[in-house]
Ligand binder design. Structure first.
Ligand SMILES: C[S@@+](CC[C@H](N)C(=O)[O-])C[C@H]1O[C@@H](n2cnc3c(N)ncnc32)[C@H](O)[C@@H]1O
Length: 345
């Protein structure tokens, strides 16, 4: 239980303070009383994260525990009560009375989001890919696609705060000829349980994120997406192989490569396909920029939007395009050329 104490305290200090008063209070209480997090013990050790428990609790409130008093503290569920002693009592009661449900969810689910505003962070990079494509349509292949809401940049309009100059390439039309989404647990249209889980993983005060998610889920349900359930490194060569020869494959990932134990394997797998393609990553530097170059990180930001061109089995050009804020919140545009890494042959 010692690790759970530390995980919840860290979550309160680093993630929830200033962004979710409900989770900040609950995380501090759980750090004092880790038995409240015992449903998490059914999850494999590396996945025992505060957000998995909190997602399971919200899922229960949206399903089997609908009407429980805890919902009164969750604005996402229509609650208006302020966090305080009542919140802690209600949470304690829910964990006690729905322990089996929570434990089952923690055993079979992982924290999973699909943050719509990240589409606005990716949009200039897609424009850049379009500038390289000439007459060819783009075939998008997303790694860690979740519900696929980032696969429809031509059908959705999203905004993010601009902290630097106006991003380039936004005037480039996106002609998209194919869309493939790879995920360990893809949430396809019609998967109502999966969609409820995505909603349950949104923090309770972030009601605007929830509204954006609902709208984007509806839009992506109208698109023709090829879904692949599996590990991104294993599945991506097949997905690229299925892209017609007269399309430009654009492989991209947002906050997903960071889940790989050995992210460098991804770039090797892409290069080994022998196909000319564009790679776009919006990831924390160790899971994105550092796969392409040894250059220092040129932005003071949680994420960096990078692009790379792979040709003849090598990285031929790499660029850091922008610094990016968490949850799609902001973009600091400022393209810089990077010295691309030489890949093992
Ligand atoms: C934090 S979510 C991000 C989803 C989406 N890309 C976004 O930015 O909103 C990470 C996604 O990556 C998926 N994922 C994690 N490891 C994976 C792997 N090895 N192969 C494929 N998908 C993976 C998860 O299932 C989850 O849907």
């Amino acid at each position: 239980m010692t690790d759970l104490r530390a995980a919840f305290l860290l979550g309160a200090e680093r993630e929830f303070d200033g962004s979710s008063p409900t989770y900040a209070l609950l995380a501090r209480v759980i750090a004092e009383r880790p038995e409240l997090a015992s449903p998490l013990l059914s999850a494999p050790e590396p996945l025992r994260r505060p957000l998995l428990l909190f997602g399971a609790v919200q899922y229960a409130l949206r399903t089997t525990a609908a009407g429980h008093p805890l919902a009164g503290y969750y604005p996402a569920l229509g609650g208006t009560a302020s966090p305080g002693a009542g919140l802690v009592d209600a949470f304690t009661d829910l964990v006690k009375t729905h322990w089996d449900v929570l434990s089952g969810l923690c055993a079979r689910r992982t924290t999973q989001t699909n943050e719509v505003r990240r589409a606005a962070q990716l949009r200039p990079a897609f424009g850049y890919a379009a500038s390289l494509a000439g007459d060819r349509p783009l075939s998008l292949v997303e790694l860690g696609t979740s519900a696929g809401v980032l696969l429809v940049p031509d059908l959705t309009e999203q905004e993010t705060e601009l902290r630097g100059p106006e991003p380039g390439y936004l005037d480039r039309d996106l002609r998209i000829g194919g869309r493939t989404g790879i995920d360990l647990a893809p949430v396809r249209p019609g998967d109502t349980e999966g969609e409820t889980w995505l909603r349950a993983c949104v923090w309770p005060e972030h009601t605007e994120r929830l509204a954006r998610l609902d709208a984007a889920l509806a839009t992506r349900a109208t698109a023709d997406i090829t879904w692949i359930a599996g590990d991104m490194v294993d599945a991506v060569p097949g997905a690229i192989g299925a892209v017609p020869g007269d399309h430009l494959p654009v492989v991209f990932a947002s906050n997903a490569v960071c889940y790989l134990d050995e992210p460098a394997r991804l770039v090797q797998a892409l290069a080994a396909t022998g196909r000319d393609l564009v790679l776009i990553l919006n990831e924390a530097p160790p899971a994105g920029l550092a796969l392409l170059t040894d250059d220092p990180v040129p932005f003071d930001a949680p994420g960096v939007l990078v692009s790379a061109e792979i040709s003849g089995g090598q990285l031929v050009r790499a660029r850091a395009l922008a610094g990016t804020g968490a949850h799609g919140a902001w973009l600091d545009w400022g393209p810089k050329a990077l010295n691309p890494r030489t890949l093992p042959v």
